[in-house]
Design a protein. Structure first.
Lengths: 223, 388
């Protein structure tokens, strides 16, 4: 894998794709790395395509904007693939050799044979994780889907440390002066309302992360 | 209840104070700048991708960093309201984006025409050409001759520094012009990046309206007395000459800003590898993409330099002529369809067929470093295909 890791997160508005990216990037800087994070979305609406991009490196990163050549692709919702709700077609366009794909789905999706062949030729690794179900079961809300996706990521590659991730999560929901938009603020309130204390929110979400890291399963790609 | 901060010397705050690293978005960097700028008043009207920053400045008002803040009826009203506050001797701030910029257009030359040191941030986005909320900086080309100084930020760090420093540059008696600080929307505003910040309990000295080259409006100097008769009505030779010389004075004031931009921003432009024969010349986030493109072509054995243009108005004419004297190829990547930066560069240097106006992206597309590298390699090989 490259020295600079580029992660493309594709999902639907309201799933926390942007928040997950900010938490991950913040964790990377806590680990002493350089990181830039930026989102891409249209006018805010739930279930519309939303993407975010995280670059992590030991060296200074200048590049910004969409990640066209990702090392890791995280798909937060099956509709990104099945309904084409993303900014690239096919969803893995630009994936680098030996790249990683993590898909939130309870079971393997019926991918095109051609696509599976292309992924195998790239020596890509494809993982599935029932991220929304885990979020509901463990976190008590589907709003934690983004946290189980981050857990899935940690289950596949130790791109950031668990401690740094926990600190970033605490920063995001503990201090909490900045939110990306009014709708994000409403979702934040909804999420905080699920828990009696912010400390409980962080604890529960880290439990989601820890458990989710164990629930990623690799789908064997055959040439 | 105003928050207590320590007023420190501008030189110290802008250039010397010890800084700490923060991992923040460009929008947050704007608020951090305003927090330290001793701003009296801000007026907001929301538009993507500017909304977060002016929302955060509303929070600053609630915390006691500003004396006044309100939401205007629309962008025109905001820019007019800001103008009034500035005429009355206040230090002011506002921000807008794309269609908001165009809606408020009439007010920008008014700011310069009345010599007010308004600082306004522009989070550039597509205008309705066709409709887009995505990053694009075509609006900058429409402001080139409004009389305002124009700085273009590459990163959240630039955005922070340029806004804070803009006040001190704008308020020099010999300058006293509005400053627009521009950043590419989303690519700076919504991007989280490392930014070095001086302590938040420090702030700039207050604006002293008496240092202005024009009278401050108050009950004894009502607006009509100085704005209307001499300038507006071509009623006699003196009023005609006053208007014409006032025009020239605005241009001269922008010229006099050069030394202050040199001092505070470290130059109107920055150069990587000044002896190069091939250059990428860019402003804003196209500079960041170009830095990565340099690495790509270096892997193929091609060395090139980079010219980062920070000040668009005044434009670094002499600097560009000197740096490109021996250059054979100058590639100008841009985040807009019109190619205004290439046009500006072509207008000031000799033998301008050396300037390649592109690659350009628009409509919300990203500007891949690979595309810039490809443009350079193709030109070097006389148009032959670039092989990845």
């Amino acid at each position: 894998m490259n020295q600079k890791i580029s992660i493309r997160m594709s999902g639907l508005g309201g799933q926390g794709v942007v928040t997950a990216a900010h938490i991950l990037g913040s964790a990377a800087t806590r680990d002493g790395k350089d990181s830039t994070v930026n989102p891409f979305f249209g006018a805010e609406k739930r279930l519309a395509p939303a993407e975010s991009y995280v670059r992590i490196s030991d060296k200074t990163i200048h590049e910004r904007g969409e990640i066209l050549f990702p090392d890791i692709i995280m798909i937060f919702h099956p509709h990104v693939i099945t309904l084409g709700k993303c900014y690239t077609m096919p969803f893995f366009e630009g994936l680098q050799k030996e790249g990683i794909i993590i898909v939130n789905s309870d079971e393997p999706l019926p991918l095109q044979k051609d696509d599976l062949t292309k992924l195998a030729e790239l020596s890509a690794r494809l993982f599935y994780i029932p991220a929304t179900q885990l979020a509901i079961d463990l976190g008590g809300t589907d709003l934690s889907t983004n946290m189980s996706m981050l857990g899935g990521l940690l289950g596949v590659t130790k791109i950031v440390s668990r401690d740094a991730l926990e600190e970033s999560l605490a920063e995001r929901f503990g201090g909490g002066q900045f939110v990306a938009s009014g709708t994000t603020a409403a979702l934040d309130d909804a999420l905080k309302g699920k828990y009696t204390k912010v400390a409980q929110l962080i604890e529960k979400n880290m439990e989601v992360v820890d458990q989710a890291s164990k629930f990623v399963t690799e789908y064997k790609l055959l040439i | 209840m105003m928050i207590q901060q320590q007023v420190v010397d501008a030189e110290y705050l802008l250039l010397q104070a010890e800084r700490k690293m923060a991992f923040i978005t460009g929008s947050e960097a704007v608020a951090e700048a305003i927090k330290r700028a001793n701003v009296d008043m801000a007026i907001a009207y929301p538009i993507t991708p500017q909304s977060e920053s002016m929302h955060l400045i509303g929070d600053l008002y609630a915390q006691g960093y500003l004396k006044d803040y309100y939401r205007g009826e629309n962008e025109f009203a905001v820019m007019a309201g800001i103008h009034g506050a500035s005429l009355g001797g206040g230090r002011v701030f506002t921000a807008t984006s794309g269609p908001g910029t165009l809606r408020a257009m009439e007010m920008f030359p008014v700011w310069a025409g009345s010599r007010q040191p308004v600082v306004c941030a522009f989070m550039c986005r597509g205008i309705s050409l066709p409709p887009s909320i995505q990053p694009e900086n075509i609006e900058m080309s429409m402001l080139l001759d409004t009389g305002m100084l124009m700085f273009h930020a590459e990163t959240a760090q630039d955005f922070f520094d340029m806004i804070l420093k803009a006040y001190i540059i704008a308020e020099q008696t010999e300058v006293h012009l509005p400053v627009g600080v521009f950043a590419d929307g989303f690519l700076v505003t919504h991007t989280r990046d490392q930014v070095k910040l001086p302590p938040e309990n420090f702030k700039l000295p207050a604006y002293t309206p008496e240092s202005a080259p024009v009278p401050v409006f108050d009950m004894e100097t009502p607006p009509m007395r100085i704005t209307r008769d001499p300038l507006l009505n071509k009623s006699n030779y003196i009023s005609y000459a006053a208007n014409a010389s006032w025009h020239q004075e605005i241009l001269a004031a922008a010229d006099r800003a050069r030394k202050h931009i040199d001092h505070y921003l470290g130059g109107l432009l920055e150069v990587v590898d000044p002896d190069a024969k091939i250059f990428i010349a860019a402003s804003g986030t196209a500079v960041s993409q170009s830095r990565e493109a340099l690495k790509l072509i270096e892997k193929k054995g091609v060395k090139a330099g980079l010219i980062k243009i920070k000040s668009i108005r005044p434009f670094p004419k002499d600097e560009l002529v000197k740096i490109t004297e021996h250059a054979e190829l100058i590639v100008v990547p841009e985040f807009n369809a019109g190619g205004w930066l290439a046009r500006e560069i072509k207008s000031v240097i000799d033998n301008n067929s050396r300037v390649i106006a592109g690659p350009r992206v628009f409509g919300g597309m990203t500007l891949p470093p690979e595309l810039i590298a490809k443009e350079i390699m193709q030109r070097l090989r006389g148009g032959s295909e670039y092989v990845e």
